[in-house]
Design a protein around this ligand. Structure first.
Ligand SMILES: [Zn+2]
Length: 150
């Protein structure tokens, strides 16, 4: 290997080590952060992430325009931020649920969190033990069946 290639790999390894140290420092700051401040920051971040999921946009749009950060935040927020920006799309899940309902793809209902009651395609917001095993149903079917089992 030529000397230039060694310099390149040395520089890349040095950069990776610096990124690991920066991420460890941020994790330590978050762990030491006062509890109420941590809740406020996580709440704030979740609100922006859900708005982003509903309205869409790039990772840069999420951190610069929605959250108000500058380029200094790009690196530290990049790993998880890009995953969220690229994969988390509430409207896409709604479209998938609609297709499952229209075509009666009941085998997929559990995977996308729809009520396990045959013929029902509402979101399953309730998980509960029943006589016949654990169920995940909408609120309507939870109330309908639970009152019979109490
Ligand atoms: Zn239901």
């Amino acid at each position: 290997m030529s000397e230039d290639k060694n310099d390149f790999w040395d520089a890349l390894n040095h950069f990776a080590k610096m990124m690991d140290e920066a991420e460890a420092s941020l994790d330590k700051m978050a762990e030491e952060c006062p509890h109420d401040v941590k809740i406020a920051v996580v709440r704030w971040a979740m609100r922006h992430i859900v708005e982003h999921a509903k309205e869409g946009g790039s990772y840069r749009y999420l951190i610069y325009d929605r959250m108000g950060f500058g380029p200094d935040a790009y690196g530290p927020l990049c790993n998880d931020g890009i995953i969220i920006s690229n994969e988390f799309d509430i409207q896409q899940m709604d479209k998938i649920k609609e297709i499952i309902k229209e075509n009666k793809y009941d085998a997929l209902k559990e995977t996308v969190g729809l009520c396990d009651e045959p013929g029902c395609y509402k979101d399953a917001g309730c998980g509960w033990p029943s006589k016949n095993g654990y169920r995940r149903t909408c609120g309507e079917h939870y109330r309908m069946y639970r009152k019979d089992e109490w």
